[in-house]
Ligand binder design. Structure first.
Ligand code: SF4
Ligand code: SF4
Length: 175
């Protein structure tokens, strides 16, 4: 991973309490628009091919549709795919047996990109609807994904945010 991205993750660990406070004070109705804006802005700067940290450390949960689609593309039976690549986690969900993900190429490209699990397509979920329901996972992801770290940093510190709670956000600007 780029040194710059590692620094973002280190800073996000330090900023966890401030980010938690800031998220708590965001107005519900503005949240999705706010995150969408910074998600797009940040992913213009962050290149996943210079990172791959989610594929190295976290990995997705796979649902039946993912298993059917991927095994079809690999031309193997779903049961064989499950036996070779998957295990059940503590919640009973399918996850990859080993991490880094077995489908992560040495150049950080995903070897099954076109058929990758839905959870991989959606990660890091910062352009989701009802972001206020995802605050806990977003805080966790800010220590895994440099893009999330930067999105929270941008929302918290860098940009003057022209929403109703602007003053309240400014209180956290120096932290
Ligand atoms: S989604 Fe985040 S953690 Fe995953 S490769 Fe992209 S920047 Fe890195
Ligand atoms: S399937 Fe592809 S995108 Fe998903 S974790 Fe593996 S390498 Fe990353």
């Amino acid at each position: 991973m780029k040194k710059e991205y590692e620094d973002l993750l280190e800073q996000a660990k330090i900023d966890l309490p401030a980010n938690k406070k800031m998220l708590k004070h965001l107005k519900k109705k503005n949240i999705d628009t706010l995150f969408q804006k910074y998600h797009e802005k940040v992913f213009e700067k962050i290149d996943c091919l210079d990172c791959a940290n989610c594929c190295i450390t976290t990995g997705p949960m796979l649902v039946d549709r993912d298993i059917t689609r991927i095994s079809k593309s690999l031309r193997i039976k779903p049961a064989v795919f499950e036996a070779n690549y998957l295990r059940r986690d503590e919640d009973g969900d399918w996850v990859f047996k080993t991490m880094p993900c077995p489908f992560l190429g040495s150049d950080n490209y995903c070897l099954i990109y076109d058929v990758r699990p839905k959870a991989c397509r959606e990660y890091p979920h910062t352009d989701s609807k009802n972001m206020y329901k995802l605050f806990d996972i977003t805080l966790t992801n800010s220590t895994i994904c440099p893009a999330v770290a930067l999105i929270l940093e941008e929302i918290r510190v860098i940009n003057p945010i022209k929403i109703k709670n602007e003053k309240r956000l400014d209180e956290y600007g120096g932290e």
